[in-house]
Design a protein around this ligand. Structure first.
Ligand SMILES: Nc1ncnc2c1ncn2[C@@H]1O[C@H](COP(=O)(O)OP(=O)(O)OP(=O)(O)O)[C@@H](O)[C@H]1O
Ligand SMILES: [Mg+2]
Length: 246
């Protein structure tokens, strides 16, 4: 049996200045190639969990194994390199670079990771073609989109650029934080199709956080954060939109 794509053990995470834990996770595993849907009320720690998995936030104790590597034990630089090589991130706030064009944003991971660059070139012939293919699959073609700075795109368009950026160079783990929240139904559907078809081709693992539980049937597994995070109950301050249709 291969090692899990993600393995958390005895993870405790506390935000600076907080007197309570945001994450208290005895164990959580995700198998390679698995597509997991994670839900939970606003403020319960979903984004915090994804930050820990991406090595953006470091827990005060516990093991965070990603693709067999204990990223909690890496140096900051080692973690940055590991993330660039192996993880495709779609942030809740997108984190696009405003002064770069759409294509430049999509290709950003390839600047930081020779490995992602090689994989993109192997898939599509050259980097530009790889970016354009991914963008066209999320409907971002025509009207000179490619050259436009991302700052003058709509929120839904920015979300699609962020998805193309996460997928370029076929990273083994895709982490997506509310990636469809700003998309209308049609675009949401093509977005999910792109995500699933890319992931199937590269046999990547997907962790997908959303409030919209109508989507959960499309995943291999749906899990509430509170099922594996003992701290989830005490945290949630926001409205409980769990049962809402997003
Ligand atoms: N950078 C930060 N510094 C301090 N506290 C933070 C920070 N980010 C999040 N928190 C706190 O951690 C808790 C969990 O927040 P988190 O963003 O993980 O929730 P979430 O489940 O993703 O919520 P939402 O569904 O609204 O996105 C909240 O109480 C929040 O205030
Ligand atoms: Mg969040």
């Amino acid at each position: 049996m291969s090692s899990p794509a993600v393995r958390l053990s005895d993870v405790n995470f506390r935000w600076r200045g907080h007197d309570h834990l945001t994450l208290d996770i005895p164990a959580f595993d995700v198998q390679p190639g698995e597509r997991v849907f994670i839900h939970g009320p606003s403020g319960s720690g979903k984004t915090t969990l994804l930050n820990v998995l991406a090595g953006v936030a470091t827990p005060e104790r516990g093991g965070v194994e990603v693709l067999g590597e204990n990223i909690a034990a890496l140096s900051n630089r080692g973690r940055d390199g590991f993330r660039a090589d192996h993880i495709g991130l779609i942030f809740q706030m997108f984190n696009l670079v405003p002064y770069l064009s759409v294509v430049e944003n999509v290709l950003l991971p390839c600047r930081f990771s020779p490995r992602r660059r090689e994989r993109a070139v192997a898939a599509d012939g050259d980097l530009y073609s790889s970016a354009i293919r991914l963008l066209s699959e999320v409907g971002m073609v025509g009207s000179g989109f490619q050259r436009r700075p991302v700052s003058n795109l709509s929120v839904g368009q920015q979300q699609r650029v962020a998805a193309a950026r996460a997928l370029v160079g076929a990273p083994e783990l895709i982490i997506a934080d509310e990636p469809t929240s700003s998309l209308d139904a049609d675009v949401q559907e093509s977005f999910l199709q792109l995500l699933f078809s890319e992931i199937e081709q590269s046999r990547s693992t997907l962790l997908f956080v959303s409030h919209d539980r109508r989507l959960e049937g499309r995943f291999d597994r749906a899990v509430a954060l509170s099922e594996f995070n003992r701290a989830a109950g005490q945290e949630a301050g926001g409205p409980d939109v769990e049962s809402g249709a997003a």
